[in-house]
Design a protein around this ligand. Structure first.
Ligand code: TYD
Length: 210
């Protein structure tokens, strides 16, 4: 396996999708094969899991915290084995919205489960695959909620959680980034889009030596 695995993390509405698209263009401009993907929902099985997790509503009732963590892990297992590893094996750059760190921040820090337990099941699901680089788009939950409202987006199940939950998630991400500055690159997500992109490219260029 010799490709490069880059993940984007951050709260809902931090601008991950915009930045992932810009990074994809930049990498392709350098002649690299890029696989843009996401969790949950990067496979056909995952799309079903995603639908249940985010839009299941009354159909599934209240979701137990362990059940939720295992559903994200099931999505991840399928995605890593069917999409991410095959792409890395053929030397591609994988640019992915959300990965293990989202489970640690949302299911661990934001809820009742122990972060280390969530890490264990997630790592098992992923067969021990960690990203080469994780870009954290850091934003306070009030600002990102404002952005979503101004886009007219409806809130999904997790986005409708209270502010305290989103603050805990943000703190979870920041603690993860602080504990692993080698893998993590944190960018202030309130900066202009171009400025964020420039900073990201500055860091990614160090990985892309081809
Ligand atoms: P996503 O579609 O990335 O939402 P957004 O585009 O708003 O950032 O992710 C869906 C939701 O799933 C998001 O609220 C975070 C949550 N999530 C977890 O709770 N655990 C996980 O392991 C993952 C991958 C996502």
């Amino acid at each position: 396996m010799s490709g490069t695995f880059i993940t984007f993390e951050g709260g809902d509405g931090a601008g991950k999708t915009t930045q992932a698209a810009l990074l994809e263009q930049w990498l392709e401009g350098r002649g690299l094969e890029v696989v843009r993907t996401r969790e949950p929902g990067g496979t056909r099985l995952g799309a079903e899991v995603r639908r249940l997790l985010l839009h299941g509503g009354d159909e599934i009732g209240a979701v137990d915290a362990r059940a939720e963590a295992l559903l994200y892990a099931a999505d991840r297992a399928q995605h890593v084995s069917k999409v991410v590893r095959p792409a890395l094996d053929r030397d591609a750059v994988v640019v992915q919205d959300r990965y293990i760190d989202s489970s640690l921040a949302y299911q661990g820090a934001g809820r009742v489960l122990e972060v280390d337990e969530v890490r264990r099941i997630s790592e098992w699901a992923a067969g021990g695959l960690w990203p080469d680089l994780t870009i954290l788009l850091d934003i306070d939950p009030e600002s990102s909620a404002g952005r979503r409202r101004s886009r007219g987006d409806a809130a999904d199940r997790l986005e409708s959680e209270d502010v305290a939950f989103h603050i805990a998630v943000r703190e979870g991400f920041r603690a993860l980034a602080k504990a692993d500055p080698h893998r993590y690159f944190t960018v202030d997500a309130t900066l202009p889009v171009d400025e964020i992109h420039t900073r990201i490219v500055g860091r990614v260029a160090g990985f892309i030596t081809r």
